[in-house]
Ligand binder design. Structure first.
Ligand code: SAM
Length: 255
């Protein structure tokens, strides 16, 4: 089948990589696996053997003859970004496992998180993106999305995947990342917290003082006390430090 580049179709053909992804998690029979972008079912054929229901989304109808052969699988042939997950999910653990179309990595994760925080997400993504997810403050790839994910998950890179594991061979390197739901997710007003963090990163070259002008009288003494320069940039602050600043500005009164 001719791969549709616009749909990010790089099919996994290396069974060793598929086995390694599959070995990264186990499920109970009541749980659910969600796969986004099943393609011809390279990964799906392992997922359906795990022992719990598998729900998949695939935008390209040409994949139907391959996917319909697999047992224990419900496929929705539609754009995942337009789906209503609330009617699909059950109340047990959710595992999102996918070799996702790279062109919509961030929107896919955001779309899932609108409905649920999965217990585990095992995602094959572009290596640079994996590095962004796992980045620490002061590193090149650290940014708003790193902090956003860190709020919900403990994140680790599992392993790199060579371009030759795919067909057609992509121009970029890839990696598998694991996002594991935190046991105690901080109690913040999420919209407010994420807007605060986004504003802090605001204009890339600007120091925090300029991006968070209106909060600066509250923030500055805290930064000083913690030993930061007053020329600090958002890129230097950990997720935990953002929380400290957020609580100082907005208080702890979260209902
Ligand atoms: N899982 C298969 C594999 O590993 O060989 C295919 C992976 S391929 C990187 C990404 C798949 O996502 C393609 O089959 C593509 O058609 C599908 N896809 C792209 N955009 C999508 C969307 N918005 N919603 C659902 N599936 C999508």
């Amino acid at each position: 089948m001719k791969a549709n580049k616009k749909l990010g179709q790089n099919f996994l053909i290396d069974e060793k990589v598929l086995e390694k992804i599959n070995a990264l998690f186990s499920v109970e029979k009541e749980d659910m696996i969600l796969e986004i972008g099943s393609g011809m079912g390279a990964l799906t054929k392992y997922l359906v053997k795990k022992g719990c229901p598998v729900v998949a989304y695939e935008i390209d109808r040409r994949m139907q003859p391959y996917l319909d052969k697999l047992p224990n699988l419900k496929v929705y042939y539609q754009d995942f970004l337009g789906c209503d997950l609330s009617s699909v999910l059950n109340s047990h653990a959710l595992y999102v496992v996918a070799n996702i179309p790279y062109y919509i990595t961030t929107p896919i994760i955001e779309h899932v998180l609108k409905y649920i925080i999965p217990d585990k997400m095992i995602l094959l993504v572009q290596r640079e993106v994996a590095e962004r997810f796992c980045a620490t403050p002061n590193s090149r790839n650290y940014g708003y999305f790193t902090v956003y994910l860190r709020h919900y998950f403990n994140i680790m890179k599992a392993f790199d995947v060579s371009p030759t594991a795919f067909l057609p061979i992509p121009k970029v390197n890839s990696a598998v990342v694991i996002l594991e739901k935190k046991k105690d997710i901080e109690n913040v007003l999420e919209k407010q917290f994420f807007e605060f963090v986004k504003q802090a990163f605001g204009q890339k070259r600007k120091i925090l003082k300029n991006n968070l002008k209106e909060y600066w009288p509250i923030i500055a003494p805290i930064l000083e006390e913690k030993g930061y320069s007053l020329n600090v940039r958002a890129e230097e602050l950990s997720y935990e430090m953002f929380l400290v600043l957020y609580f100082a500005v907005f208080g702890n009164n979260i209902s």
